[in-house]
Design a binder for this molecule. Structure first.
Ligand code: SF4
Length: 391
């Protein structure tokens, strides 16, 4: 049976058997299995893109979302030492930093609608210090949507305070938190965790914290760090676990595949190819039948691949960011920030309609197809020195 909402999918002519089978299953109202997802990675890229792109268009039409935001990384001091992280420093390191209140508040530009706050697990900070960061930015701009602290940080606050996640999240909400970012998920594989980040929380705890947040009415995102030692099967398993959580406790806005930046970690010689990036975006769009957006995170994909991903199922390009520190500490070659006009230009150039949103996906501005502005990336790779892995 063809569901009426899938008429355009049903009309797609596809020659690859695996992609055509995926289409048929979706059209019949079914969902892709672990085996389907793994098989799709071997399908021809353009066939996969046609299907994933059509699924995204069924959901969002030509709209592609982004936000005018700033990233705030209040400290790079971290008690953990994840192998893939070039950002974290020990307190005594010469390039360790901890921002003052003035430096933190200076990140609240008048024109932004979202602030994204993540950082290290500081050896001296108390929970109150992390609460203050949220309070200060909210006080500086009360209408700002505050997306702050990964599940790794929330778990750290539970240990600091000896309180359950519900208590920690309620205090953060009182301070001004609106949503959780999706970082710290890495790959929900115990094999990978043991090798790369064994001190850090694993998949079970990450999923538990996000489930608690969703049940409290705090929405969030979810990430996947790929392109290191994980297998494609582990990637798909990660997606299925997130999809199951979304079934139990809805609250994810977006799934964000993060391309691992090798930096000086020595884990892999080079970043995943653009083809692997686009396949990961497309497969995730097809697996996640219950999450609104798949995000094309230009900081780690690079601007060109990120724009191309809009034809492969992505419907969100994250934000203008200001000064990004985490991926750039791992030598990401993208600019450290991108101007609003450049974001609008990139989305229009891909034939799509830019829509500015806040962290809660409330529409701030619709741009239409006109007023083509020249692209103007701001910041240069040379400015990366100031800049922090997978947050
Ligand atoms: S990934 Fe996060 S928890 Fe791990 S060392 Fe880096 S900052 Fe610390």
């Amino acid at each position: 049976m063809i569901l009426p909402s899938h008429a355009t999918l049903a009309a797609l002519e596809l020659s690859d058997p695996a992609v055509a089978a995926a289409r048929d299953r979706l059209v019949a109202g079914g969902r892709l299995t672990q085996e389907d997802g793994v098989r799709l990675f071997d399908a021809p890229l353009l066939e996969l893109g046609r299907l994933a792109g059509a699924v995204a268009r069924e959901r969002h039409g030509d709209r592609v979302y982004f936000t005018v935001n700033r990233q705030l990384n209040p400290t790079n001091v971290c008690v953990l030492s994840c192998r893939f992280c070039d950002y974290a420093k020990k307190a005594a390191a010469p390039d360790a930093y901890t921002m003052t209140r003035e430096q933190i508040v200076a990140h609240v530009d008048p024109g932004i609608s979202e602030i994204h706050i993540v950082g290290g697990l500081h050896n001296k900070w108390r929970f109150e210090d992390y609460l203050n960061v949220v309070r200060w930015v909210k006080e500086a701009k009360p209408d700002l949507s505050v997306k702050a602290y990964t599940a790794v940080e929330i778990d750290f606050f539970c240990r600091l305070t000896k309180q359950p996640a519900e208590w920690v999240l309620e205090r953060l909400r009182e301070a001004g938190l609106d949503a959780l970012p999706g970082g710290g998920a890495e790959v929900f594989s115990e094999r990978v965790r043991r090798e790369l980040f064994q001190q850090k929380i694993g998949g079970r705890r990450w999923l538990e914290i996000h489930e608690i947040a969703h049940r409290m009415g705090i929405p969030s995102n979810a990430t996947l760090l790929y392109g290191h030692i994980e297998t494609r099967a582990e990637r798909v398993q990660h997606m299925i676990l997130l999809r199951e959580l979304e079934d139990r406790a809805p609250g994810f806005f977006a799934f964000i595949p993060l391309a691992f930046q090798p930096g000086v970690t020595g884990l892999v010689r080079r970043q995943a190819s653009a083809i692997e990036d686009l396949k990961t975006i497309a497969v995730s769009r097809l697996v996640f039948d219950n999450v609104p957006h798949v995000k094309s995170y230009w900081v780690m994909l690079g601007q060109d691949t990120a724009a191309m991903a809009l034809q492969f199922g992505a419907s969100d390009m994250d934000g203008t960011i200001g000064v990004e520190k985490i991926a750039h500490a791992a030598l990401a070659p993208s600019p450290v920030g991108i101007a609003e006009e450049a974001m609008v230009h990139a989305i229009r150039e891909a034939g799509r309609l830019p829509v500015q949103r806040d962290a809660l996906y409330r529409v701030v501005r619709e741009y239409g197809r006109e007023d083509r502005a020249p692209a103007a990336a701001v910041g240069t790779p040379a400015a990366r020195a100031e800049t922090p892995a997978s947050r």
